[in-house]
Ligand binder design. Structure first.
Ligand SMILES: [Zn+2]
Length: 198
């Protein structure tokens, strides 16, 4: 802990929230807010539950032998995270792809990996890298690509107030770095227009 942060570890979370409300100019004991510190504590426990999880928890035993050699893409995974600079939400979609090398993972597992890393304080760049690295380490594919597209409330509600600017980040491993046609196929499929399904 840095010396600019006094040791408040014995202070209950609810008291810290009440003090924050007070410093923002409101009265945490008024009727509408009296339960707010308790609600905030529960909400934040949920929003940061990814700290307790590892890729093994997210993927479990859902790995299968499979000699499929073409790209597997799970597109449009909903994502909600909290920026580590302002503790405000950023949200959007993640697209996770890999080219297998003898092993595939259950399709729902990409979404669980995204959620596990999103439910922490994050920056979008690291979030993309962590998801890619977890797929890379867990199933040891020929390559991995991750694209995250997100809106940041810290940009939209304050500061520059750019309402519609979406931030796009990507992280690649293996054949997605080495082979331009693999990378292009991934980017076209993930960032291209919406599929005819909806
Ligand atoms: Zn921010």
């Amino acid at each position: 802990m840095s010396d600019v942060v006094p040791d408040l570890s014995a202070v209950p979370f609810e008291s810290l929230v009440a003090e924050m409300i007070r410093r923002c100019g409101d009265d945490p004991s008024r009727e509408g807010m009296v339960k707010t510190p308790e609600r905030v504590k529960k909400a934040w426990e949920f929003l940061t539950h990814g700290y307790g999880l590892t890729p093994k928890d997210a993927i479990g035993d859902a790995l299968f032998e499979e000699h499929h050699q073409s790209m597997v893409l799970v597109r449009d995974i909903d994502l909600y995270s909290m920026c580590e600079h302002h503790l405000l939400p950023f949200f959007g979609k993640a697209h996770v792809a890999y080219v297998p090398n003898g092993r595939i993972m259950g399709l729902s597992k990409a979404a669980r990996l995204v959620d596990m890393y999103a439910r922490r304080f994050q920056v979008q760049e690291r979030l993309s890298e962590e998801i890619a690295q977890a797929v890379w380490d867990t199933i040891q594919p020929q390559g991995v690509g991750v694209v995250v597209e997100a809106y940041h409330l810290c940009m939209m509600m304050r500061g520059v107030q750019k309402q519609n600017s979406k931030t796009i980040t990507s992280a690649m491993r293996g054949s997605f770095l080495e082979n331009p046609s693999t990378r292009d196929e991934f980017l076209r499929l993930s960032l291209g227009s919406h599929s005819p399904l909806y």
